[in-house]
Structures are given as C-alpha cells and as structure tokens.
Design a protein around this ligand. Structure first.
Ligand SMILES: Cc1ncc(COP(=O)(O)O)c(C=O)c1O
Length: 391
C-alpha cells in the first residue's frame, strides 16, 4: 500500500467509526416518479427531478440534435478560443427568464457558488474592517466552499430568522466596508422559503448586496417557475440557480446586472479556468426553457402533493418543519433511527433517503422527501402507509 493510500485508509476508518461512511450504489432515474435500484423499480422520493424533465423527450431530442450539429465537446474555456453563439443565445434567454440584464452559465451549481463568492468579495473595498458577510445557518455546502476560499468570516443568522439578520447587520455591518447577504430562496433540506420581499427590503435598508441561491425554486416556484426572485424584480443583486434539478439537465446560471456578469467573466475562477459546457448540455437547457413557463399544471400538482404529504405526516405525528414546497422533511431526530427507517422503506420499495449530520444539524436527522410531478396522490398515500407500517 502506498503512503498516500495508508493515510486515506486511516481517514476512511475515522469516517466509518463515526458511522458516516457512504458508498456509491447503481441506480437509474425512471419516469413517473420511479427509480431503478438493485434491479428493482422503486417509488422515488429522493431525486430532484421535480418536473419530470430529466427524461422528457424534448430535452433528450434537443440534446442529441445539438450534439449532432455542434459536436460532443466544446474544446476550451470560453475566454481562450472565443465563445459559441449557443452559449450567448442561451444566456440571453436565461436573463430574460429571470428578468435580469444578463446571465452567465456555469458547469454546475457547486462550481458557481464556489467561484462567484470569492470573486465578489475580492471586489469589495479592502478597508481594515473589510466586508461583512451575513449567511443563513443552513446555506448549502457550496456557498461555504466559496467563503472558505475567500477566507472570509461569516456572521450566521438563525435559519430564516430575518429579525436576527437585522440585529447582526446593525451590530456587525455598520462599520464594514461593504455588506453581503447570502441565502437560499427554498432550502434544500427543509423545503421552506425565505420571505423574499422582506429580505430585499432589509438588504436595501442596510445597503447590503443580496445573493440568493434559487437551486430548488427555479422551475417550481414564482410566476411561470421563474423562482421567488421574480416576486421582487430587480431587487436581488445576484440570483444563482441550477439546471440540474427541476430543469432536468445539468449546469447552473448566475443572473444580475450586465456589470456583474462582465466582472464574473473576468474574475470568477470557476468560469475562467474551466471548459465551456458542451452542446448537448446546452440543448437540454434550451428545451427546458421552452417547457418550464408552460408547466403551471405540473406546479399546481406538485403543490397539491406537498399538502397531501404534509397532512399525512402530521396525522402520523411526524413533524415536517416549515416546509411549504415540493421538499418535505419527515423529522426523525436521531441519526440511527432515520437511517433504519430509510432502510426499511427501501426494503418495502420506497426510496426515501435519510439525511443526517454533517449535512443537517445534529438531532435533526430526517427523511428528505422530494416530490416529482410524475407522482400520483396514490403514490403519496402508499408512502405514508409504508412510513406508518415501518416506523
Ligand atoms: C441550494 C443548492 N445550491 C447549489 C447546489 C449545487 O448545484 P449542482 O448540483 O448543480 O452542483 C445544490 C445541489 O445540491 C443546492 O441544493
């Protein structure tokens, strides 16, 4: 065994002892809210294909057409050789979809957050006190990665507690050279929403830049699925979202002012030093943008399924937190109990992944139940009956 492998073996043993070792398992996304795993077809309540677009014929067809017409790869980073018309046209579509001046495509949501946050902070005035960053306690790991790269300390406000944010802005923000607020519009593990109108008002009053991650809202919430930021047009400085969840494809966008996008083209390392997303990926995004504004029926269906699931969990005495979206946590508490319930549900044909620390705070282990437009009310009832039987 090499020296490196022996260090890694020790590190893996540590993860194993903490009961947190994970492994990759073969699975395949199927239509109608199903998933194939271990040779069995299961009801899937764990993926993020909320609108059922990942296997939609139009996305598959356009991905194939664009690959056939423009090639499998993009050849280089966009600044090195010049960018294709496909990227520019699609970015104009995304900007229009988000009611913003401009947009920029990234290879993934993780990469966008990890690259954009340090770039923004690098542009903020470098006074001795520096910029002050205010983050919701539950922001996604990719935003923490961006903050860690920037080496910036965060002032963390209690989850979705905008009074606490205000207090911190007054206490820690007053003397800072600039203020930046980072949050999500729909939280990935809790399925609750930020009060976007109040958040925008607070940011304006404290002269803070506002960065909102719309990974789980894009396509599902807001007018025509444009996200919650569409409820406060022009008042979120930077909107980030992904194509990998409700939009059924891959990649991410950042939308905002033209100056913001011009700056990121120059300063976001995860844009500058990476190969442009390839034509097939862009084709799928283009097709999703055709479909998403027309999918009000699917959005209403998801909302109704969410209500049905929440009422059912409440009947079983299970807390679903402040969820009001297509993501519904069934709070279990102890890690071992959440894992054991998830395993029993899997035996019974339901994919309902347990989420545990470090992804969520200790004591809040849960089943993270994610709804898909292909689910029927009977699927929800079957899940609830299985939870009741296997608890
Ligand atoms: C809130 C949030 N932001 C960003 C990401 C990363 O997006 P992607 O999967 O496209 O890398 C995720 C995905 O898990 C997420 O939940």
């Amino acid at each position: 065994m090499s020296r490196l492998d022996s260090h890694l073996e020790t590190a893996l043993a540590r993860i194993e002892r903490a009961g947190q070792r994970r492994t990759l398992r073969a699975a395949a996304l199927l239509p109608e809210g199903r998933m194939e795993r271990g040779g069995r077809t299961m009801l899937d309540f764990s993926s993020n294909d909320y609108l059922g677009l990942a296997r939609h014929p139009l996305l598959v067809e356009r991905a194939g057409q664009w690959a056939a017409a423009h090639g499998a790869g993009s050849g280089a980073s966009r600044l090195v050789t010049g960018t294709s018309e496909l990227h520019l046209t699609l970015e104009a579509r995304i900007a229009a979809f988000k009611h913003c001046e401009a947009a920029l495509i990234f290879a993934s949501g993780w990469q966008a957050n990890a690259a954009v946050i340090p770039a923004l902070l690098a542009a903020m005035p470098n006074t001795p006190q520096g910029a002050a960053v205010f983050t919701d306690r539950l922001i996604h790991a990719s935003m923490h990665a961006g903050l860690a790269m920037a080496g910036t300390r965060q002032h963390r406000f209690r989850h979705n507690d905008l009074d606490h944010l205000e207090t911190l802005l007054a206490e820690k923000g007053a003397g800072a050279s600039a203020r930046l607020i980072l949050t999500e519009s729909v939280f990935s593990m809790d399925g609750d929403r930020v009060d976007i109108a109040r958040l925008a008002e607070i940011a304006e009053r404290h002269d803070a830049a506002l960065f909102v991650d719309e990974a789980h809202a894009t396509g599902v919430l807001g007018p025509e699925g444009r996200g919650l930021s569409a409820l406060v047009p022009g008042r979120v400085d930077l909107i980030m979202g992904t194509f990998s969840k409700a939009l059924g494809g891959f990649g991410a966008y950042v939308a905002g002012s033209q100056i913001l996008i011009d700056y990121l083209v120059n300063a976001a390392s995860g844009f500058v030093f990476t190969t442009a997303p390839p034509p097939a990926v862009l084709g799928a995004i283009d097709a999703a943008l055709d479909l998403v504004p027309t999918m009000d029926a699917e959005r209403a269906h998801l909302a109704a399924l969410g209500d049905r699931l929440r009422s059912g969990l409440a009947r079983l005495g299970l807390d679903h937190g402040a969820s009001s979206t297509q993501i519904v946590p069934a709070m279990i508490g102890l890690e071992d109990e959440a894992m054991a319930l998830s395993a029993r549900l899997e035996q019974a044909g339901f994919l309902a992944s347990a989420i545990r620390p470090p992804t969520v705070p200790p004591g809040t282990s849960r089943l993270r139940l994610a709804l898909r437009a292909g689910h029927s009310p009977a699927d929800i009832d079957a899940l609830l009956a299985a939870i009741e039987a296997h608890r």
